[in-house]
Structure formats: C-alpha cells, structure tokens
Design a protein around this ligand. Structure first.
Ligand code: GDP
Length: 299
C-alpha cells in the first residue's frame, strides 16, 4: 500500500486531495458540487458514474439536524463502492488435472503487454510457481527479443518461433513445453494490431483453439494503458468483442492522473480490473484492490 500510495500520489494525488479539499469547504453550495463533478470527470470517472457518485455524496452529506457526517469517511466509502468491492479479482494462473493454467495477454501494441507478461512471471516465480512464456507476437522482432530479455531476467523459459511465423504455432509450442515439463503456468504474449479486426479475431481465435487442445485457457487478460483515456476505452471494447476477456490489467497508472478509468472500463466491459502496472520495473505491478486504491488516492 505504501508503494501504491507513493506511485499514485505523484500523478493521481490531485483527485483525492482535490475532492477532499472541496468537501471540506464550509458550505457545500452548487459551485462546490460542480467543481467536484469537474474533478471526477477530469480523472476519467465518466459522466454517469460521476453523477451517481455526486448524488450519493449530496444525499449522505446533507445535514438533517444532529452532527454532519465526516466528509472524508463518506467520500472514501462511496469511492470504494464505485470502484467495486464485490468483484472477483483473483487471477487464475494454475490449471486442473496437473496441467498448466494458460494466461493469454491481449491488447493493442504499446499498451504494455510484454512488460505485463514479464512482471506476472516475476510474481509467479516469487511464489514458487514454474512458468513458461510464449512469444506469440511474432510480427514484431523487438517484442520477441523484449520477452526473451524478461525471460532471462526472471529466469524462465521463453518459447519463440521464427520471425513472422504463425503466432498460433508458437502458442501451441509454448503450451506443449508447459505440459511436457509439468509447468504451473504458461503466459502467452500476443500481437495487437487492431487495424485489422477480422484478422486479429482469426488470429486470437486460432491461438485459443490450439491451446485448448492441450490445456485450459484460465485467463484472458486485456492490457489497457491508463493514459489513453477514451481512446483506450474504445479499443478495449473492440477487444472484448474479439475475445472473451476475463480481467483487465491497467498499466501506466504511475504516469496518469486518470485513475477514474478503472470505473469506466469495468462498467463498459463488465470485467474487473485485476492488476495494475505502476512503472516499468520488474516489481512495478500490484493486484488491484478497491480499498487500497482509494486509500492511495486519498493519500
Ligand atoms: P506492448 O507493445 O503492449 O507489448 O507494450 P510494452 O510491454 O512493450 O510496453 C510499452 C512501453 O510501456 C514500454 O516502454 C514499457 O516499459 C512501458 N510500460 C509498460 N507498463 C508500464 C507501467 O505500468 N508504467 C509505465 N510508466 N510504463 C510502462
């Protein structure tokens, strides 16, 4: 939590502190409520969720005789509620019947897929799980090399194919390697060329099918760059039409003042944010927790 707070405070701190400052005003007049709305909208919370939240705050903070409730506590509770406490945010990394769990990592290029694969591998290895990485983004030599570097850094095997080769064949070989070696988890990095939606759909569909001949796809994680705002949301929607996404990884939260995107993307896709990226380093990834996130925002 301390790290989360440090990372978020640089970029997001404005949201929580701004809201708290506004709520601490002597009189919560219309101007103040408008300023609160603006603050939430600027943080990408989205119009409908912002209105609902402000409505809730107004109702709860209305003084009806007796003592006014502590705005800080009310804000914290309502923000946690908004971010969601009843979502299953566990990442299923292991499979059944002694077979590996297979985690497909999808998203547009540049969102942070390869980095996310490396960071997840690092977490799993620290938990004494065995891991194989599949470099199925065969179209970008740099992506394959980058994954190979992560493999070396974390100390796990990376299965790669020839440059420009068939991504599904790399995914197949990676899972085969995992099955043959009794590995716990196979993480598959995929390509994200959204320009050709039909092509990408075919490719991801084929990757899934060849994997499912050998083991279960236990998670499909969609990586989303928090700094891309509405654009990122649109892309996320397209991906969710292409493949059954089971969880969202929100990257670059360290560099964005738009943490409210958590709320919007969960509503849009009906899928929980499960992990957040907080920097470029190997240890800069954390499981997402609504209360910890809100506490970090509020400082
Ligand atoms: P991919 O094309 O989706 O595989 O994206 P990459 O994993 O190559 O990441 C693109 C860039 O974003 C790289 O420079 C990463 O170091 C950077 N990056 C990834 N995740 C994060 C994050 O959580 N925070 C920050 N600040 N940078 C990140």
């Amino acid at each position: 939590l301390v790290r989360l707070r440090q990372r978020l405070s640089r970029s997001q701190g404005g949201l929580g502190k701004g809201l708290l400052a506004l709520l601490s005003r002597e009189r919560l007049d219309e101007d103040t409520w408008e300023a609160i709305e603006d603050t939430l909208l600027t943080a990408d919370v989205g119009v409908a969720p912002t209105q609902a939240l402000v409505e809730q705050l107004r109702t709860r903070l209305r003084v009806e005789g007796g003592q006014a409730p502590d705005p800080r506590a009310v804000l914290r509770e309502e923000l946690i509620e908004l971010v969601g406490t009843d979502l299953d945010r566990r990442v299923q990394v292991t499979g059944a019947d002694g077979k590996p769990g297979v985690v497909l990592v999808v998203g547009v290029n540049g969102a942070g897929k390869t980095t996310t694969v490396g960071k997840i591998a690092r977490i799993l290895v620290a938990e004494d799980l065995t891991v194989t990485l599949g470099a199925a983004d065969t179209f970008r030599a740099a992506a394959v090399d980058q994954l190979a570097t992560w493999g070396e850094r974390v100390g796990v095997e990376v299965v790669r194919g020839p440059e420009g080769g068939d991504p599904a064949s790399v995914a197949f070989e990676a899972v085969k390697h995992g099955v043959d070696n009794g590995v716990d988890t196979v993480l598959v990095d995929t390509a994200g060329r959204l320009q050709n939606k039909a092509g990408l759909m075919d490719e991801l569909g084929k990757i899934k099918r060849v994997i499912e001949k050998q083991a279960e796809v236990t998670e499909v994680l969609l990586v989303l760059d928090a700094t891309t705002g509405q654009n990122g949301l649109i892309q996320a929607r397209v991906f969710s039409e292409i493949v059954d996404v089971t969880g969202i990884v929100l990257t670059k939260l360290d560099g964005s003042a738009k943490g409210g995107i958590v709320v919007q993307v969960q509503r849009e896709l009906g899928v929980p944010v499960k992990l957040v990226g907080l920097g470029e380093g190997a240890d800069d990834m954390a499981p997402f927790d609504a209360a910890a996130f809100v506490d970090a925002l509020l400082g």
